[in-house]
Design a protein around this ligand. Structure first.
Ligand SMILES: [Zn+2]
Length: 369
């Protein structure tokens, strides 16, 4: 049996969703003076003092905080982007540490939600900006609330379903977004500038071939994803400081192992594009994900969002049936051969099966039907 390693329920308490500036709150001087912190970046001609002030007043959303999202968040937070909202539905596991640069062993041992762990890590290295954690699954029902206020949306997801949803939202609201994906040694990225360039559906009207190959099946090099995310973060900086003429208008792909590299023109929309030309937002109009979806290898996600759980009560109920641990963010329940992770809104990730029927019956039996 896998040994539960999560800390006890007393692990974490003082946790609002937003992290910033503890030193200012405490009435102390900041440890790092702003001019010193950004001095090397301000020296760079593309940014300068004015660009730095624009970054401080900027707001971005990063959807998904695995490897790509970690690097995006880390680079943009260190660069001084004033407000960063981080969305992620998952929790940190040991297999993430090879490439997901914002997390450490304690996060994995505690099964910390990635969004919360990322925001905490950011607060530790830049207390002058605001990092906001949202432990949520992006669906049509919550997309307005989760993506509102962003000047740029950044893709840290691992699936095309969510990317098409972001693409619909961005086209509808005339917001720029940056597509980034990586698997194995292959990385790809595209800037989507509304009214100017091709959108994701212009380039991939249907799910692209090979989209089903994931990090769970093909593996991934940390360097691949860090390179792809570094390029995307740089494009975001250009957007935020207004260096429009420097923005790349191609679909860029590369393979860091075979050294292949390609660019496909994406500087204008496809005339018959359903999304950005006909403005038919099918993904936004959809009911969203089905109630149950496969979620990586040998695991299933149950998208219940309307069953607020009291973890203490739930732990008491489950204890006779297996091993239970919880903190403020997740409750884990081990019962051979399954591992059930519950979130406070009732969402669950069930490991040990890829059969939705098995997952549904486990959920109904132990959480509620
Ligand atoms: Zn389009």
């Amino acid at each position: 049996m896998r040994t539960p390693t999560m800390a006890s329920s007393t692990a974490v308490h003082d946790l609002p969703g937003t992290y910033n500036n503890g030193l200012h709150r405490a009435g102390m001087m900041p440890l790092v003076e702003l001019e010193d912190r950004y001095s090397r970046q301000v020296l760079f001609r593309g940014i300068g003092g004015e660009g730095q002030r624009k970054l401080a007043a900027s707001s971005v959303v990063i959807v998904g905080c695995g490897a790509t999202g970690s690097t995006l968040a880390s680079l943009l937070a260190r660069a001084g982007v004033g407000r960063i909202r981080i969305l992620d539905r998952d929790y940190v596991e040991p297999s993430n540490l090879q490439r997901q640069s914002l997390f450490d062993e304690a996060d994995a041992a505690d099964s910390m939600p990635k969004a919360v762990a990322a925001a905490r890590k950011i607060a530790a290295f830049n207390s002058e900006i605001t990092a906001e954690a949202k432990v949520e699954d992006l669906v049509p029902a919550n997309i307005d609330q989760l993506l509102s206020g962003a000047q740029v949306i950044l893709d840290g997801t691992d699936n095309f379903e969510t990317r098409y949803l972001i693409n619909d939202y961005a086209a509808k609201n005339q917001l720029p977004w940056i597509y980034t994906a990586a698997v194995g040694s292959y990385g790809v990225t595209l800037n989507v500038l509304p009214g100017q360039t091709a959108c994701l559906a212009c380039v991939f009207p249907e799910l692209p071939h090979g989209a089903f190959e994931t990090c769970d099946t093909a593996g991934i090099l940390g360097s691949t994803v860090n390179l792809a995310a570094s390029i995307a973060a740089t494009e975001a900086l250009k957007l935020l400081v207004g260096a429009e003429e420097q923005l790349r208008r191609t679909l860029l792909s590369f393979d860091v192992w075979s050294n292949e590299r390609a660019e496909i023109a994406a500087d204008r929309p496809r005339p018959d594009c359903r999304t950005c030309q006909r403005r038919d937002f099918v993904h936004l109009a959809g009911e969203g994900r089905p109630y149950i979806t496969l979620c990586g290898r040998n695991s299933v996600q149950i998208h219940e969002r309307h069953r607020p759980l009291d973890f203490s009560q739930m732990a008491d109920r489950l204890r006779p049936h297996g091993t239970v641990r919880h903190n403020d963010f997740v409750l884990k329940f081990w019962r051979e051969p399954y591992e059930v992770t519950l979130f406070p809104d009732g969402r669950a990730i069930i490991k040990g099966t890829s059969d939705p029927a098995v997952a549904r019956s486990l959920y109904a039996r132990f959480v509620g039907s």
